[in-house]
Design a protein around this ligand. Structure first.
Ligand code: HEM
Length: 507
C-alpha cells in the first residue's frame, strides 16, 4: 500500500474519493454499468458518458506545445459541435460537488473514467492525481466521424498517440458495446435508420469487453461507425482497418484487450499540460489519520481524530492514542493516552474491493486535552489482540504534528444545520488583533459546474463570548462550501487551517 505522510490535503481527499463511496459520486453512480435513464437517453449508460467526456476533454491536447489535455476545459466547450449531446453536462453535474481547493474537476473526471471501466467489468486503471483545471476553452480538435483517415492519424498524433495506439484507443473507447453508441437525436446523418431506443449500439454485449472487436472481425457488427449507410461517417471502419486489421486481430484476445486498454486509457487520463506534474499512483493507505479537529470545549481542548485501518476479517483491534503536550510536562514521559471511544466500519468502493479491501475500520478518539499544556503531536499503538506484539503507527516515524493551537475551527460553535453557513473559529489570546478570512470552494452552477472560490471575512462573534482563553470570530458563507481553508494574521504571524469537513465523530 502507499505511504501517507500526514497532513497532505490532496492525497487525503483523493484517497477518500477513490476508496470510500460516501465521498465520491464517481464511485457510485455508474456501478453495475447502470443506465442513465431519463426521457432523452433511456438506454445510455452513465459510464459511457463519463468515458466520452474524458476523451473529448483530453483531445484538446497538443503534444508539441504541451498545452491542453485532461484539464476540464470541456466545461467551456459544450458549444463546440464536436461535443453535442446532453451527456457532457450531465456528467460534469455528477461530479460537481467533488472538487475542492486541492482536487481539481479534471482529477474527478479521471476518477470517473477508472470507475466507469471497472463498473462495466473492465480492467483496473492506475490513478494519479494533481491535474489542474483550465480557465477557458481549448481548440476544436476532437476528431469527427466524417473526417478522413489522414486527419484522424494527425489528430491522434497531436494528442500523443501513434496509429496503432489510435486504433486501440478507439476500440477501447467504443468497447462499452450495448451500453454505449451513437444517438439519432445528436447524429441524424449517421443514425439514418430507425433506432428503437434512440441509440445505435457499438456492439451487442453490455459492459466493457472486446465484442466491438470480435464482431468487427467476423463481420457481424452493427456498429454504425463501421457499417452505417452513410459511408463518409464510417470512421471506426477506416481506423480499425488502417493497418490491415493487424491491431484488431491482436485485440481479439480478451486478455490482451484488457491489458492494452488499461494502459492506453491510463495514458489518456494522464495526458495533461506540460506544466502539470501528477502524483504517484494512489493505492489505499494502510493507516490514515482522518478528520482531526482541535477546539475549546468547556474548560479543556477537545481533540477529535480518527485512525482508519483496512479491515482484517477476524481481527478485533484495540487502538490507543498517545500525545505529547505543547508546553510544560503535564504528560507522563510515555505521553498522555486515550482509548478509542467508537469503532465503526465504513464501506470500501468497488475499486477498493478489487484491490482486496473489504472495508475500513474507523477508530475515533475525542480526548479532553489540558488547556494550559495543549497538544503538539500524537501517535497510536495498535493491538491486533491475536497474540502478536502491538505496534506503533506514528506517521512513518515523524509523529502526527499539530503545528499550532492559535487558530482553531470550532465545530460546536459553528452552525451548519440548515445546509448553511455560520463558521466560527477560535483565536488564542484575546489581546490580539486578528485578521481572519476563509477561502471557500463552492459548487459550480448548473450550466458551468466547475467549482468557484469565495473569500469571506470573519468578525468578532458577538454571540459567542470569549472562553477558555480563546476569542471567537464568525463569518457567514453565502452558501454551503465544499471545503474551506482559513487564513489568519494574528499579531503579525500567519496561520492557516484546512477545514475539509464541518463536523467529526465525537464533537
Ligand atoms: C476518431 C475518433 C473518434 C470518433 C470519430 C468518435 C465518434 C463517436 C461518436 C459519433 C459517438 C456517438 C456519441 C453520441 O451519440 O452520444 C461516440 C461515442 C462514444 N465514444 Fe467515440 N469517437 C472517437 C474516439 C473515441 C475515443 C478515443 C474514446 C475513448 C477512449 C471514445 C469514447 C466514446 C464513448 C464511451 C462513446 C459512447 C458515449 C455514450 O454512449 O454516451 N471515442 N464516438
Amino acid at each position: 500500500a502507499a505511504v501517507f505522510n500526514w497532513p497532505d490535503p490532496r492525497l487525503d481527499t483523493l484517497d477518500d474519493q477513490l476508496y470510500r463511496p460516501f465521498f465520491s459520486a464517481a464511485s457510485r453512480l455508474a456501478l453495475n454499468c447502470t443506465a442513465r435513464g431519463g426521457l432523452t437517453d433511456t438506454n445510455a449508460t452513465v459510464a459511457a458518458q463519463w468515458l466520452r467526456l474524458a476523451y473529448h476533454d483530453v483531445a484538446t491536447h497538443n503534444s508539441t506545445t504541451g498545452t491542453g489535455g485532461l484539464d476540464a476545459s470541456i466545461a467551456y466547450e459544450f458549444n463546440h459541435l464536436q461535443n453535442v449531446g446532453v451527456g457532457m453536462l450531465e456528467s460534469l453535474l455528477d461530479f460537481a460537488t467533488a472538487p475542492n481547493e486541492y482536487v481539481s474537476m479534471a482529477d474527478v473526471i479521471a476518477q470517473g473514467v477508472i470507475h466507469a471501466v471497472i463498473d462495466c467489468g473492465g480492467p483496473i486503471i492506475p490513478y494519479r492525481g494533481g491535474r489542474v483545471d483550465a480557465t477557458e476553452a481549448g481548440p476544436e480538435t476532437v476528431p469527427e466521424p466524417q473526417q478522413d483517415l489522414a486527419s484522424h492519424i494527425a489528430s491522434f498524433q497531436a494528442q500523443g498517440f501513434n496509429q496503432t495506439e489510435m486504433i486501440t484507443l478507439v476500440a477501447c473507447g467504443h468497447s462499452l458495446g450495448e451500453s454505449s453508441g451513437v444517438r439519432k437525436v445528436d447524429f441524424p446523418l449517421i443514425v439514418t435508420e430507425n433506432a428503437s431506443t434512440g441509440i445505435q449500439n457499438f456492439a451487442s454485449t453490455l459492459g466493457f469487453d472486446n465484442t466491438v472487436v470480435t464482431e468487427y472481425l467476423d463481420s457481424t457488427t452493427d456498429n454504425v461507425l463501421v457499417v452505417g449507410t452513410n459511408i463518409s461517417t464510417r470512421s471506426d471502419l477506416r481506423i480499425f482497418s488502417s493497418d490491415a486489421n493487424v491491431t484488431m486481430q491482436r485485440l481479439a484476445s480478451p486478455d490482451t484487450f484488457n491489458e492494452v486498454c488499461a494502459d492506453l486509457i491510463g495514458r489518456m487520463i494522464d495526458t495533461v499540460p506540460s506544466t502539470v506534474t501528477l502524483t504517484d499512483v494512489i493505492e489505499p493507505f494502510d493507516f490514515k489519520v482522518w478528520n482531526t479537529m482541535l477546539f475549546p470545549r468547556g474548560g479543556s481542548l477537545a481533540f477529535l481524530a480518527t485512525l482508519r485501518i483496512i479491515t482484517a476479517p477476524g481481527l478485533s483491534r484495540t487502538v490507543t492514542m498517545f500525545w505529547t503536550s505543547r508546553t510544560g510536562t503535564f504528560c507522563p514521559a510515555g505521553g498522555c493516552s486515550a482509548q478509542a471511544f467508537e469503532v465503526t466500519t465504513s464501506d470500501s468502493t468497488l475499486l477498493g474491493q478489487l484491490k482486496g479491501i473489504p472495508s475500513f475500520d474507523l477508530h475515533s478518539f475525542n480526548p479532553s486535552i489540558d488547556l494550559a499544556t495543549s497538544i503538539s503531536s500524537f501517535w497510536f499503538e495498535v493491538n491486533n489482540n491475536d497474540g502478536s506484539t502491538p505496534f506503533i503507527v506514528d506517521n512513518n516515524g515523524a509523529n502526527y504534528i499539530i503545528e499550532q493551537d492559535v487558530l482553531l475551527f470550532d465545530p460546536r460553535r459553528s452552525n451548519f444545520s440548515t445546509g448553511g453557513t455560520t463558521m466560527v473559529v477560535g483565536v488564542k489570546d484575546s489581546s490580539t488583533n486578528a485578521n481572519v478570512t476563509a477561502l471557500s470552494t463552492l459548487t459550480g452552477s448548473t450550466t458551468l459546474p466547475l467549482p468557484s472560490r469565495d473569500t469571506v471575512v470573519f468578525e468578532v462573534d458577538a454571540t459567542n463570548p470569549p472562553a477558555d482563553g480563546y476569542t471567537f470570530y464568525a463569518a457567514t458563507l453565502s452558501r454551503k462550501a465544499i471545503s474551506n481553508s482559513i487564513h489568519a494574521t494574528i499579531n503579525g504571524t500567519a496561520y492557516s487551517l484546512w477545514v475539509p469537513f464541518t463536523s467529526a465523530a465525537g464533537a
